[in-house]
Design a protein around this ligand. Structure first.
Ligand code: UGA
Length: 450
């Protein structure tokens, strides 16, 4: 099929590259010309394992443009809207890029039936809003003609760091539409993923036993809600384990053991039960805030989700408090932060715990040096002014450190030459380091919830 992707962020790039790999003719459009220039050279603007390699494999099936005319909407079968929906200060999602995309698609529609898929995470009800905007714009640009398109919601469930894997081998595909033609077209487009009959791309082997992926077809509003409800539930799991972890810390239990014990119950499941600094990233914070804001529009409260948010952001303060308790005085102390990205395998710093932690430490008088294997360029350009010294080498960050805080569980931090590092207190913000070994070497190790 001929597919157009509008917006080349994580979701857009992954969708585009995967659909091109599956044999479709894909155009990716972005208003950011710098990004388009990079992509034309086969370079990914974001750090995401396997994305660039797979992009380079499909360069003959994918093209990049900033022009809607070049994007050739009249001959396109499916248009995906994958633009950003950042948070506004009141928690609502900022939909200006969605609106711009909707208007531009409508202006450029041809006579052929076009399926428009909302893949950006948009507030519940936005599908109808996009459809209304499109009709309005179509009518003002196409005298007397009748628009032939349908807006569908098909939310994305990929996680950064494993985005390519999640796109080729998803747990499910959700299609929200009551239009039969749209559902059929998307079923056909996604059929290689649903049937898992494509050759696995290099470096991305198919999980053992995966022979098909379920397709859930439902109404548009339910599809939009599934996305928020799924993210909020994952966020709740993390805050739940962190709340239990706070009590574990008081009573002398070990949250690692407790998580394992509850996760073995198949009804609960063992994933997203790792206690620590809590969630960061572009999704959980934004989506939980948006869900609460939507509920507020209906004069409804969401106390469970609001508590999960409070617990989450409290974990960042807790980690600094734990360090302060150990050092007694933070003023003038050198603290080394290991990791700055919100999770490993990404250079994304959106809502990263490292930022709040750095600010808190600096506020309390500490001198902060931070290392990250891939996020330093982003860190310097977005957070160059918060007072953190960013170090290219981990040794530089550790030099003269009087305390260490592990913020992101990059595997290489486990493999550091710990024997050669002075025995200063370590706050292991992700309960990730080999605690027994480090304690054996003489490091005081403070975990979270242990
Ligand atoms: C999340 C969801 O996992 C995806 O399914 C969803 O599609 C995506 O949001 C989105 O809406 O776009 P992502 O934010 O990339 O993906 O990363 P996660 O792996 O979910 O991690 C989020 C945060 O939770 C990270 O900071 C991670 O360190 C933290 N986390 C995760 C924990 O603190 N404990 C855990 O047990 C798991």
């Amino acid at each position: 099929m001929k597919v157009l992707i509008i917006g080349t962020g994580y979701v857009g790039m992954n969708t585009g590259v995967v659909l091109a790999y599956l044999g479709n003719q894909v155009t990716c459009l972005d208003v950011n010309e710098e990004k388009i220039a990079m992509l034309r050279q086969g370079k990914s603007p974001v750090y995401e394992p396997h994305l660039e390699e797979t992009l380079q494999l499909v360069m003959n099936k994918i093209q990049f443009t900033s022009s809607y005319t070049e994007a050739d909407i009249p001959n396109t079968d499916v248009v995906f809207i994958t633009v950003g929906t950042p948070s506004l200060p009141d928690g609502n999602a900022d939909l200006r890029y969605v609106r711009q995309a909707a208007e531009s698609i409508a202006e450029n529609l041809g006579e052929k039936f076009t399926v428009v898929v909302n893949k950006s995470t948009v507030p519940i009800g936005s599908g109808n809003w996009v459809e209304a905007i499109m009709h309005e714009h179509f009518n003002s640009n196409h005298d007397g003609q009748k628009a032939d398109f349908n807006v569908v919601s098909s939310p994305e469930f990929l996680a950064q760091g494993s985005a390519m894997h999640d796109s080729f081998y998803p747990d499910r595909i959700v299609v929200g539409s009551q239009c039969e033609r749209s559902v059929e077209r998307l079923q056909e487009l996604f059929s290689p993923i649903l049937r898992q009959d494509f050759p696995a791309p290099p470096g991305l082997p198919r999980p053992e036993g995966l022979t098909e992926v379920p397709l859930l077809v439902c109404d548009l509003t339910s599809a939009e809600m599934i996305k928020y409800a799924a993210n909020a539930f994952l966020a709740l799991k993390i805050s739940y384990v962190n709340e239990i972890g706070r009590l574990a810390n008081k009573v002398g239990a070990d949250i690692q053991a407790v998580s394992k014990g509850i996760g073995l119950d198949k009804r609960i499941g063992n994933r997203f039960l790792s206690a620590g600094l809590g969630w960061g990233g572009s999704c959980f914070g934004k989506d939980t805030a948006a869900l609460v804001a939507t509920a507020r529009d209906y004069r409804l409260e969401m106390p469970i989700i609001e508590s999960a948010r409070a617990i989450n952001y409290g974990q960042r303060v807790l980690a600094v408090d734990l360090l302060q308790e150990k050092l007694k005085i933070l003023k003038g102390k050198h603290v080394a932060l290991l990791g700055f990205s919100f999770k490993p395998n990404t250079d994304d710093l959106r809502d990263a715990p490292s930022i709040d932690i750095s600010k808190l430490l600096i506020q309390r008088g500490a001198l902060v040096r931070a290392h990250d294997p891939v996020a330093l360029t982003n860190a310097r350009s977005h957070y160059g002014d918060i007072g953190v010294v960013f170090c290219n080498e981990v040794g530089e960050a550790l030099k003269d450190a009087e305390a260490i805080m592990l913020v992101t569980e990059w595997p290489e931090y486990r493999e550091l030459d710990w024997e050669s590092i002075p025995r200063v207190p370590i706050v292991d913000g992700r309960n990730f380091l080999d605690r027994e070994r480090l304690e054996g070497l003489g490091f005081p190790v403070i975990g979270i919830g242990r």
